[in-house]
Write a protein that binds this ligand. Sequence first.
Ligand code: IFM
Length: 450
Amino acid sequence: MTATTFPAGFVWGAATAAYQIEGAIHEGGRGESIWDRFSHTPGKTRDGATGDVACDHYHRWEEDFGLLTAMGVDAYRFSIAWPRVLPDGRGQVNQAGLDFYSRQVDALLERGITPFATLYHWDLPVALEDAGGWPARATAEAFAEYAGVVAQALGDRVKHWITINEPWCVSMLSYEGGEHAPGRRSWPDALAASHHALLAHGLAEPEIRRYSPGAQVGITLNFTASVPASDSPADRDAARAFDGYFNRWFLDPVYGRGYPSDMVAAYLGAGYLPEGLSFVQPGDMDIIAAPTDFLGVNYYTREVMAAGAGPGEWQPVRLDVPRTEMGWEIYPEGLYTLLLRLYSAYDVPRLYITENGVSYLDGPGADGRIHDVRRIDYLRQHLAACQRAIAAGVPLAGYFQWSLMDNFEWGHGYAQRFGAVYVDYETQRRTPKDSFFWYRDVIARNGLDG
Ligand code: IFM
């Protein structure tokens, strides 16, 4: 490995998620998901956007796989829509749904592309939400059944599995922040949901291993670097509390440390745990901490934190710095320090960046091309951070660019564009952006330019 190349065998990939690209919500026997209901509720998404059609990937996946081949990726990270497989969340299996993914897996393997399957990227069947959703323990148990069904169907060919994508979003953003489906606003619900999302991961793992011998199984967490606004003890405490809320609350249990005691105390003090940790049953923490083969890391940005109104509270500080279309600061150093921390403090045996990328709205210019130079710059800086981390000994095994193509960005609808491929939603025409070709060249040379 030179200063600009990556280790031999480094896995280069691109990522998507079912609800963000598939569309065809009423086809192939698919059931309703919480995102169907949420996006169809007035006022929940920008311009009332829904995933009804999205990128129409359900019908165009072969064309989209052609893009993967043109990009030259080693691997493709996609998610399986739970309501396509089990329209009511549990019970009756929809064979057409399984077949849809089975065909895709075969097609990927024929192209020499390794499938990385995510089992949950937020499209919970509504029947399960109506029965209590993630705050209910039964949802974790249902997830384990679902994982077994999918692993039984695909586990002979899929050997890389991600159980849950971003449990912080599954719980905090969805059950307390109200910004994501199902849009609830309750701390007790969010904290119970966080436990059950982690438990779901732990319960699913043996199911996957049973039907997918030799598979690598992991979970994907999203991390936001938390940096104090000043060196004052109060600001440092605030940054530590935000880190506890966003990062450690999920990371620590997966790596056998249980829920961080400072955060348990803070949540108890704030009245967010009226019944304490009553949702934690004997044995749960061992199930959650069962050894995984890798950790999936999603990283985009940092938050700068100052002391909030009360002890352990934080207040984000908005620095006057360049930001992406999402309003997120570009902070590649945070990826480097995160990777080092995961390796040195948590002893993570293998890491994949399962998402990293950026939204900019660049569209076709007069020459018909999309000169998204800012995306190239963002990706280059973050890949350089990866490279530094690898040089420092971090066992980073791969990188998945988010996202293969522009898609439904949740509450932001279609007003954000994270893709390496531009999607014209009127015509569904796909146009690779300059960053697509740049990334293709990085992959081909297994390294950065210069
Ligand atoms: O689009 C999302 C993705 O679904 C989960 N991680 C963050 C991305 C950008 O917001």
